[in-house]
Ligand binder design. Structure first.
Ligand code: CUA
Length: 347
């Protein structure tokens, strides 16, 4: 009978929560609209000038009535505010075990990078039922990552990372839109989110997780090559904290800065420190920083790879962790001699 959908399908764990708030806003507004409009019409008729009515001001006390009229709407508005704020904070805080995916937006496409090395353009393949955290940036102007079925939207900004998480609940294909006017072909900056069953997703990842594009190597191993190519290991040596701060155990830790502040070493901190080493100097190191900026030498894609490599180094640096960074050409120990430094400078 009625098959024109007012809402997109509910495709994520947020969808029903967001829809419930939306419905509550509609019902509350609708209730008061009908109430006020009805009273308006009733009183207009009742107190029409042709009617003989008592038009003297009411003399009885109105304190209780006023308390209800002020308190009622205040409680309703605050109730909706706290309810929506709770959902909002939930949507802003990705769970720790979320799968991580990187998104780089540019005029006019979405570039997606999985930690396993899979790369996609205008598509994102995901397993159903698993929380996903997107770390996103833009190569040019502001874009906005919008998946109506998941009830999520997040601006994607040049020069910084923004994050977004969600948990797809149903297998299917969903529209991805750019929701920020970003130039001539903004309306064509679209893509699809493909949510698959876990077994289909494994099959899509392919043997060894190389992905359908046949790209070998994980993001972190590519990051290891960037690390070697830019000769980061000349100073960031595992056993020496003299020339540059240790990267082992760094990611996610608290870093004390020369300014006395403490920051969390997250993706944004690492990105900033590579591009602008003077922005946040670690306590105990000289200012200005000995490290040059790598602004003109590294792309957003390479920054993401480098961050994944530093995450791996961080994990490898933890006590009792046997994992070794598999990056080619990178000697973690000992400090590089001129001979192996020459070697590790090769891309
Ligand atoms: Cu990108 Cu609009």
């Amino acid at each position: 009978m009625w098959d024109f959908p007012l809402f997109p399908k509910q495709g994520s764990s947020f969808a029903s929560q967001v829809d419930a708030i939306y419905a509550a806003l509609w019902l509350t507004s609708g209730f008061f609209m009908v109430l006020i409009a009805t009273l308006l019409v009733v009183f207009a008729i009742r107190f029409h000038h042709s009617q003989k009515r008592d038009r003297k001001l009411a003399e009885h006390k109105t304190a209780l009535l006023e308390a209800v009229l002020i308190g009622g709407p205040t409680l309703i508005a605050l109730g909706i505010f706290f309810w929506a704020a709770a959902v909002f904070f939930h949507t802003q805080q990705a769970p720790d075990d979320a799968m991580e995916v990187y998104v780089v937006a540019k005029q006019w496409m979405w570039k997606v990078q999985h930690p396993g090395g899979q790369r996609e353009i205008n598509a994102l393949h995901l397993p159903v039922g698993r929380a996903v955290k997107l770390t996103m940036t833009s190569q040019d102007v502001i874009h906005s990552f919008y998946v109506p079925a998941f009830r999520v939207k997040q601006d994607v900004l040049p020069g910084r990372y923004t994050t977004l998480w969600f948990q797809p609940t149903e297998v299917g294909e969903y529209h991805l839109f750019c929701a920020e006017y970003c130039g001539l072909e903004h309306s064509r900056m679209i893509g699809k989110i493909v949510v698959m069953s876990p077994s289909d997703y494994e099959a899509w990842l392919g043997p060894g997780g190389a992905g359908p594009l046949g790209e070998a190597g994980t993001l972190s191993s590519a990051g290891g090559q960037v690390f070697a190519h830019l000769a980061c290991n000349n100073c960031h040596v595992a056993d020496s904290a003299l020339r540059a701060p240790r990267l082992q155990g760094l990611f996610g830790s608290q870093v004390k800065l020369a300014s006395g502040q403490t920051v969390i070493a997250d993706e944004g901190y690492i990105r900033e420190s590579v591009l602008d080493p003077n922005a946040k100097i670690v306590a105990g190191y000289p200012s200005p920083s000995l490290m040059p900026t790598f602004k003109s030498q590294i792309s957003e894609d390479q920054l993401i790879e480098l961050i994944e490599y530093i995450k791996l180094l961080s994990a490898a640096g933890m006590v009792g962790d046997e994992r070794q960074p598999p990056a080619p050409g990178v000697e973690l120990t000992p400090a590089p001699t001129p001979a192996n430094r020459e070697e590790s400078n090769q891309p």
